[in-house]
Design a binder for this molecule. Structure first.
Ligand code: FAD
Length: 360
């Protein structure tokens, strides 16, 4: 089966990798570059949200599959994916203690592995963190990956496995041809396949797209990238606080995030937004303004409805599929979404853990 995938973010790339591994022929079409969308701006840590719904079950299973998933990508590509398992240190200062205690008791109820830390233990684990921290919590299950690295590694693995990736290929229309699909592009080229999967993030629908393609609302997120060279010891864990998080990228860079800006689509952050990120992080990492600001990442989280994952077959076009609505958790859920959706498309599975959630 030849599967055409539109969109080379984490959704399209991870699905392409799985489809190839399961024996399909794969072509990815991307309007810009690999990880041009939300996937290139993400903090990309994996922390299941609180709760016990079907989507939380997907998140916990995905978290479990991540080490093997990242290992398979690294092996197939020969590239480092920046996958890390050092865990998360959550911290509270005096005026955020009630947030911290409530979060801690919910995690206990839901069976999280955790270790309460006193301020001395926090400072041993993360010496750069503020001395005003009054309580801490270590969550060893939280992991992260370098989003840009793993997207590049996935692209390399797809090409090495015989798949095709065409960047600069903006899909402008699709026609169902009876047994398959035909895609038109802004550059005039036409590509044919047996099935189509839309992994278009916040991209617009195009003529011929299935009628049940959902409306997607962008929720902008901004991250600062700062150098850690000025710190006596670089951060080793994700540090989460009431107003955001600090996530290491190797030993030399730190991602300082993250904003949640519904309805905002500008892909350059204003001075106010940058100031807000500094102000939020400063009570936890007092030296942050002295660290060099290396980059500012803006991305649009693709949100459908109230945050529903929208995956599965179109009910109007039997050989067209969706992998949309990844909102703020596209990295976390990727191993399950890609593996279970690939089986559904190839007819070798019923959607697995996605079954209660699939569209169509
Ligand atoms: C600041 C920020 C922090 C985040 N942190 C985390 C986190 O810590 N953990 C986590 O799990 N998730 C996180 N996310 C969310 C995560 O980034 C998204 O869920 C994920 O990247 C969505 O992937 P996607 O492939 O669906 O979309 P995208 O990455 O947006 O990719 C869609 C691609 O489709 C292409 N495209 C669209 N239309 C067309 C067309 N017509 N023709 C060709 N190509 C097209 C676009 O160019 C784009 O490259 C974060 C997001 C942001 C913005």
């Amino acid at each position: 089966m030849k599967v055409l995938i539109v969109g080379a973010g984490i959704a399209g790339l991870s699905l392409g990798f799985e489809l190839l591994n399961q024996g399909a022929e794969v072509t990815l079409l991307e309007a810009h570059d690999v990880a041009h969308g939300a996937s290139g701006a993400a903090t990309s840590y994996m922390e299941p949200r609180l709760g016990t719904t079907a989507i939380r079950a997907v998140e916990w299973e995905a978290l479990k599959r991540w080490p093997e998933f990242a290992g398979a990508i690294e092996q197939a590509s020969g590239c480092d994916a920046g996958f890390r398992e050092e865990g998360q240190v959550r911290v509270a200062i005096e005026n955020t203690l009630s947030w911290f205690e409530k979060d801690l008791s919910q995690r206990k109820e839901q069976g999280w592995e955790l270790e309460r830390l006193d301020p001395q233990q926090v400072s041993e684990m993360e010496p750069a963190v503020c001395r005003d921290v009054v309580a801490g919590l270590f969550l060893p299950q939280v992991r992260w990956v370098d989003g840009r690295k793993i997207c590049s590694a996935l692209a390399a693995a797809i090409v090495a496995g015989g798949g095709t990736i065409r960047t600069g290929f903006q899909v402008t229309g699709v026609t169902a041809t009876g047994t398959g699909v035909e895609l038109n592009s802004a550059c005039g080229d036409i590509v044919c396949g047996d099935a189509l999967v839309l992994c278009t993030g916040t991209g617009n629908a195009f003529p011929g797209a299935p009628r049940d393609m959902p409306a997607v609302r962008p929720v902008r997120g901004v991250n600062l990238v700062v150098g850690m060279i000025g710190l006596a010891r670089p951060l080793r864990h994700i540090v989460k606080h009431h107003r955001g998080n600090l996530c290491p990228r190797g030993d030399d860079r730190l991602i300082v995030g993250t904003t949640y800006d519904p309805g905002e689509t500008a892909l350059d952050a204003s001075a106010d937004v940058i100031e807000k990120l500094y102000r939020n992080a400063e009570p936890i990492l007092p030296g942050i303004r002295e660290l060099p600001l290396l980059d500012i990442w803006c991305g649009l989280r693709p949100k459908v409805g109230d945050g529903q994952l929208f995956v599965g077959r179109s009910s109007h076009q039997p050989n067209m599929y969706f992998s949309m609505g990844h909102a703020g958790a596209g990295y976390l859920r990727a191993p399950v979404v890609a593996q279970d959706l690939a089986e559904l498309i190839l007819g070798t599975g019923d959607g697995g853990l996605l079954k209660p959630l699939v569209a169509g």
